[in-house]
Design a protein around this ligand. Structure first.
Ligand code: ATP
Length: 273
């Protein structure tokens, strides 16, 4: 909520009031798949309202497993997850799923209606929206991702970049508080990557982005968390993580050839490292 302090400028929506719980609170989260494979061993992670955080780690570290707990697709074996103070569990699942929007890596997992507009309307219609209210919600979500002109097109006729933005619109139509993106930049061309970044930077949500694309993490997320050995192994400013070659090597993270991460550091960072 946006507030106007007496005599002052309106506060941005992302500034938390002291009474507001964090967007995401994961505490002591442990999880094993039914085949017995234990992936998470006690994850602790708090994300404040309006923060943008990159979730990093090598293949198989458990990043997707962790984010699937945020909207209750997976159930914690031990520990708990809270979204805006509300515990993720059977009782409040519909509200949790409204609060947490998950955008999967493959947009085709989220687009299944004959037209883009119908796909975007699907979630809010399930919430009970109808008529002008539903149309306004769809308009708003399509405009946010720059697809207003594509409302009546078949999703499978869109480019990958457009389909990924359409999948994002299906989630934005629910007005989520937390947006979780699984590898949003994968297979996008440079223009598609930039367009998506511009959209994401303009959203007023808490953002958690799973990615192997470290420059994208840097561009979008001031904070990064590295999942390692089933727990949060590293948590800090993205620019400092990326400027630490030993840390990157330890977690099998690699920057593109020629990317000068040391140039990211400020004088105060250099003094600390
Ligand atoms: N349904 C499942 N049943 C059993 N094991 C699974 C299942 N899904 C994932 N795993 C295992 O859990 C581990 C973590 O997988 P997860 O997909 O969460 O990792 P990740 O960090 O997202 O990897 P990537 O970067 O490759 O997407 C892997 O060893 C994977 O094989």
């Amino acid at each position: 909520m946006t507030g106007t302090p007496p005599g002052g400028r309106p506060e941005p929506a992302s500034v938390p009031s002291p009474a507001q719980p964090p967007s995401v609170e994961v505490s002591g989260l442990a999880f094993a798949y039914p085949d017995g494979r234990q992936v998470l061993f006690g994850v602790d992670l708090t994300i404040g309202r309006g923060e943008r955080v990159a979730l990093l780690g090598p293949n198989g570290a458990g990043k997707t497993t962790l984010v699937l707990h945020l909207n209750g697709i997976l159930r914690a074996g031990a520990g708990e997850v809270r979204i805006g103070g509300l515990r993720v569990g059977k009782r409040d699942l519909p509200e949790i799923r409204r609060r947490v929007g998950l955008v999967f890596q493959d947009p085709d997992d989220q687009l299944f209606m004959p037209t883009v507009g119908e796909d975007v309307a699907f979630g809010p219609a399930n919430l009970g929206l109808r008529g002008a209210e539903l149309t306004a919600r769809v308009d708003e979500a399509l405009a946010a991702v720059g697809l207003s002109e594509h409302r009546d097109r078949a999703p499978h006729h869109l480019s990958l970049g457009e389909r990924r933005r359409a999948a994002l619109a299906t989630v934005l139509a629910m007005r989520p508080e937390v947006l979780v993106l699984d590898e949003p930049s994968s297979n996008l061309d440079p223009a598609g990557r930039r367009e998506l970044a511009d959209i994401l930077l303009g959203l007023d949500v808490t953002l958690l982005m799973v990615t192997h694309d470290l420059p994208y993490a840097l561009q979008l997320c001031p904070r990064s968390v590295v999942l390692s050995g089933g727990v949060v192994g590293v948590d800090g400013p993205t620019r400092r993580l990326l400027a630490d070659p030993e840390l990157l090597a330890r977690h099998r993270l690699e920057l593109p050839f020629g990317f000068d991460a040391r140039a990211l550091l400020t004088e105060s960072d250099v003094a600390i490292t």
